[in-house]
Design a protein around this ligand. Sequence first.
Ligand code: UDP
Length: 332
Amino acid sequence: MTQKVLVTGGAGYIGAHACKALRGAGFEPVTYDNLCTGWRDAVKFGPFEQGDLMDRARLDEVFAIHKPIAVMHFAALSQVGEAMREPGKYWRGNVSASLNLIEATLAAGVKNFVFSSTCATYGDHDGVVLDENTPQTPLNAYGASKRAIEDMLKDFGASDGLKSVIFRYFNVAGADPDGEVGEFHQPETHLIPLILDAVDGKRAALTIYGTDYPTPDGTCIRDYVHVMDLVDAHVLGLRHLLNGKVADGGHEVFCLGTGNGFSVREVVAEARHVTNRPVPMVDGPRRGGDAVKLVSGSEKAISVLGWNPARSTMQQMVADAWRWHQNGGYAR
Ligand code: UDP
């Protein structure tokens, strides 16, 4: 019988790509999503169960129906700007909701948990290359909420034997090259889709959030990883758990970046090159909560999991995002 994996947020950007990767690897992904930011049309690779993480009875029901062997937890609020304005929404929507999910997972007797964490848990570290051992000092409620969930997983490991693989993502970009799923947020807040909106006139211009940072061109530097590479790492992480590589009650953290930093202006330049069109843009003030530079080491994921982020060149990420941008999108 095909093994099922419960994928929270499976109707969202990264979750939908993860479902595709799970399906490709022989698992059956069961999407659990409340569609507050996800898309019904993005659920293409397995069953859909609509539900909210705060609804414990619904969670228990879905565990009982599908009997998953593991959980992949993507569902989250993930906008730095919003987290600065409305921290309560992040503590409730990310931390309380995840607590509910973890308790439901354990109540169902499931011990394998893959969690989508973030480089936003680190805060600013003067541009050093970040790795799994870098202290976590988040600058905003988004990062703080994800760090709290990491802590929660460790605590429930000690108390109940939950085993977790925690991925700290850097900036995720690109789309499924087959065009089945892609990045589609409403409203959009992420850099590459906003650049592409400016390129094809869907918005007047890209605003650059801060041009006075202590970087060579004055704009923030991020480490971008292709969504297909990112979800490959999740399948490897799941196998790592299922093959008993994480001890009972243990957890393993992996950074998922490429080690290469790109400034906002460098991403814009690549988009100009890939689309062969101008990118209208204006300089704006800094966005609160942004770190100057977030770049990762990914040696651990490469050596321990055998991860190979081969698609994560800026050219490929922008090209795949552009193809999706021109042909894709979901209806509600
Ligand atoms: N950014 C920008 N203009 C925008 C959106 C983003 O200059 O309209 C910058 C943002 O300040 C950050 C980088 O682009 O330095 C990536 O931001 P995004 O929101 O895509 O991801 P984050 O780093 O917040 O996870």
